[in-house]
Design a protein around this ligand. Structure first.
Ligand SMILES: Nc1ncnc2c1ncn2[C@@H]1O[C@H](COP(=O)(O)OP(=O)(O)OP(=O)(O)O)[C@@H](O)[C@H]1O
Length: 699
């Protein structure tokens, strides 16, 4: 596919909005079309208004959401030849599981805004491959009102609190300013050498001037070194504090946030911190200095000759014009390059994680092929950005060379007329070159700052997202009895999804042992996640020890609980570290006691390094059952009042499972297990049956 992005010359354009979450292409398409009609919105605003699950949306939901935005929708079935007759822009159903915006059609193909990869011109041969024949035309209703509800992202809000930032900035700025004063004085020294020393053949003056020049250079070098040092310090300091702030925030985001994003995308968004920080630390100060220095050189040039100064100014304006006109496409190319890079990264990480299955199914070449395609896409977009930069370099050289020639031509005439001396012309050309260079740098920096908005928006998805709220009564958690009450609780993953749990009222008394059973997909894990505070009930209330969960807050209530979930992992570290979950003051006796209760102590001491044996990130050295037992020991180490086991003993033989259950059964804690095996169910107390025939449950 060839990418063609129209240039912005003030004409009304369909905005390009790239999707953030894996399944929100439909929302992104609606945002683009609403934007075209004048209701500018962004995905974070729409996400809050229309909650969608990982399953994404279908055409019916899109119609509902469009109505919510006061756009009336008309779904059509049509042939490719009829695309030209659609009211544009409209939404096309694409590749069976995706939506894109049709922006324009021409003789060769169609221009689409694809929320997954950006703007594309797609030839008709490819349209036939991807277009499913379904389109959605959207037009504003009478009640539609233009609005702008886009979230503004300020760098300060993204950065959070960084200590000593302004002091360090001030220091670097002071040193840089001192350097600039020397740079400003240099052309005048040249003028004096030519006009005073050379003309009068005054050797002693020449010696004084050259000596002064050498001293200036020595001071300049010393300040340069100090400045470089300080920038390095500032940059490291800022980067460390900022990254730590963002990482802390990331870890406090709700699970639902992580579930809806690809790993590579999260990594790439986090990486935006470095890009912004780097541009800010070096670029920000240099931009201010470039501006100040340009003003000073402009003043000097005007003193020498207004006419010549005007020539230089015109050249700068021409260069600025070129950069302004090409800003839109450059920003888009940048955004797409980042998005495609993240996709490629996700694919890479997923391939490494799933390497065993890939080998077993013999799909190595297929995975490689897909990765190479993603890499090529990503590299192509980066090349597009580099091409822009190449052209800017050439434009800058062409414009400023023309300016230089004109100044030389006009200036030489002035020297012949006696309006300027040779030294003055030399000094002027030197100031002119400095002014042009600094202004070009300033314009480039300005564009760089504007382009930071791409990174800022990506980072905002982490930083401006609300963390799990702290409860007002979080402090009372430790005194609470481990009683769990669900009062008329209903839950579904999104408005358009079926109810998983409906009107469920249930009390689990302190010390009670219950087992949740039911068919696969019946909602057992969902109920466990509700109790753990990972999910919030859509309706109804959950109470812990009589206190509503939302007053306690998820993290406080989790302090009472420990869980072994179906897809839990061990982390890179020794078994002892994993069992104590990297407790800074681990209690070896307790680690061994918990391992014994989880029936894994003998397995661990049988290994060459005992409790110091390393468990890999992917846990390759352990059997499935051993891994489950270590996870159990980890949960026991927490000494929870409530233990939740989601098929946590499914890989254990019946004998071992009985052993583990007996050990846990002797502890004073409330127990909730999810199980399928009759033996496991028989070992537990009260059975709670959840099923596809919800609402309700049987006990
Ligand atoms: N993040 C999600 N978004 C949308 N739907 C989901 C999500 N997670 C689970 N579901 C759906 O919710 C339903 C219940 O899933 P759940 O994992 O609770 O079932 P389960 O009873 O634990 O199944 P199993 O015994 O197979 O583990 C399923 O239909 C599943 O597809």
């Amino acid at each position: 596919m060839n990418a063609k992005i129209p240039l912005a010359f003030g004409a009304k354009q369909v905005p390009m909005i790239l999707q953030t979450e894996a399944a929100e292409c439909g929302l992104a398409c609606l945002a683009m079309i609403a934007g075209w009609y004048g209701h500018h919105t962004d995905l974070s605003v729409l996400r809050a208004r229309f909650v969608i699950s990982l399953n994404g949306v279908n055409l019916t939901h899109l119609v509902q959401y469009a109505n919510g935005l006061k756009l009336s929708a008309r779904a059509l079935r049509l042939e490719i030849e009829e695309l030209g007759q659609l009211a544009l822009p409209c939404i096309l159903h694409w590749d069976l599981n995706h939506f894109v915006v049709l922006v324009n059609t021409d003789r060769k193909g169609i221009l689409i805004h694809d929320p997954a990869v950006g703007a594309h011109h797609v030839p008709y041969a490819q349209v036939a491959k991807y277009f499913t024949g379904v389109a959605l035309e959207l037009t504003p209703m009478a009640s539609f009102k233009p609005a702008d509800e886009r979230r503004r992202v300020s760098l300060m809000a993204l950065m959070g609190r960084v200590d000593g930032l302004w002091r360090s900035f001030g220091l670097v700025f002071g040193m840089a300013l001192a350097l600039e004063v020397f740079a400003l004085a240099a052309p005048m020294l040249n003028q004096w050498v030519v006009d005073e020393a050379l003309v009068s053949a005054d050797r002693s003056l020449l010696n004084v001037l050259v000596g002064g020049c050498a001293l200036m250079l020595a001071i300049q070098t010393a300040i340069s070194l100090a400045r470089g040092w300080t920038v390095m310090y500032l940059s490291t300091h800022l980067s460390l504090q900022w990254m730590a702030n963002v990482f802390t925030h990331l870890l406090h985001l709700p699970m639902a946030w992580f579930e809806k994003r690809h790993l590579g995308d999260v990594v790439s968004r986090f990486g935006s911190v470095s890009t912004i920080q780097h541009t800010l630390t070096t670029g920000f100060i240099e931009a201010i200095l470039d501006g100040l220095f340009a003003l000073a050189t402009l003043a000097m040039m005007l003193i020498y000759s207004v006419q010549l100064a005007a020539v230089v100014l015109i050249a700068v304006l021409v260069y600025a014009g070129i950069r302004v006109l090409s800003f839109g496409p450059l920003r888009m190319a940048n955004e797409e390059a980042l998005l495609l890079g993240a996709k490629e990264h996700s694919h890479f990480l997923e391939t490494i994680r799933g390497v065993q299955a890939i080998k077993l199914f013999g799909r190595e070449l297929d995975r490689r092929g897909r990765w190479v395609n993603l890499l090529v896409d990503s590299v192509n977009r980066s090349v597009r950005t580099e091409k822009f930069m190449l052209w800017f370099g050439i434009a800058s050289t062409a414009v400023f060379s023309a300016e230089h020639l004109t100044v030389l031509w006009l200036g030489a005439g002035k020297v012949m007329d006696g309006a300027l001396t040779i030294g003055m012309l030399l000094a002027f050309t030197s100031y002119g070159a400095q002014f042009g260079g600094r202004m070009a740098a300033l314009i480039n920096r300005f564009v760089e700052f504007r382009l930071l908005s791409v990174h800022a928006e990506r980072l905002a998805d982490i930083v401006l997202e609300a963390v799990e709220p702290e409860g007002q009564q979080a402090h009372v958690t430790t005194e609470l009895a481990p009683r769990i009450e669900l009062v008329d609780v209903s839950f579904r993953y999104a408005e358009n999804e079926p109810w998983i749990i409906r009107h469920l009222t249930l009390t689990i008394e302190p010390g009670e042992s219950v087992v949740l059973v039911g068919p696969s997909g019946g909602g057992k894990t969902t109920l466990v996640k509700l109790i753990l505070g990972i999910l919030k009930p859509t309706e109804g209330e959950l109470r812990l020890g009589g206190c509503p969960m939302q007053l306690l807050g998820a993290s406080a209530s989790r302090r009472l609980m420990a869980a072994v979930m179906q897809d839990d992992h061990l982390l890179a570290g020794s078994f002892a570290e994993n069992i104590s979950f990297f407790d800074p003051q681990p209690l070896q006796e307790r680690i061994e006691l918990c391992a014994s209760m989880a029936a894994v102590h003998d397995d661990i001491v049988g290994m060459p390094m005992g409790y110091h044996t390393l468990a890999g990130d992917m846990g390759m050295t352990l059997s499935g059952g051993q891994k489950q037992r270590i996870l159990l020991a980890r949960a026991l180490y927490k000494s929870p009042k409530i233990m939740i086991l989601d098929e946590a003993t499914s890989h254990l033989d019946v004998l071992r499972e009985r052993q583990v259950n007996q050990a846990i059964g002797e502890l004073a804690m409330t127990r909730i297990c999810v199980a399928h095996r009759p033996e496991t169910i028989a070992m537990s107390g009260r059975v709670i049956r959840l099923g596809n025939d919800m609402p309700g449950l049987t006990q």
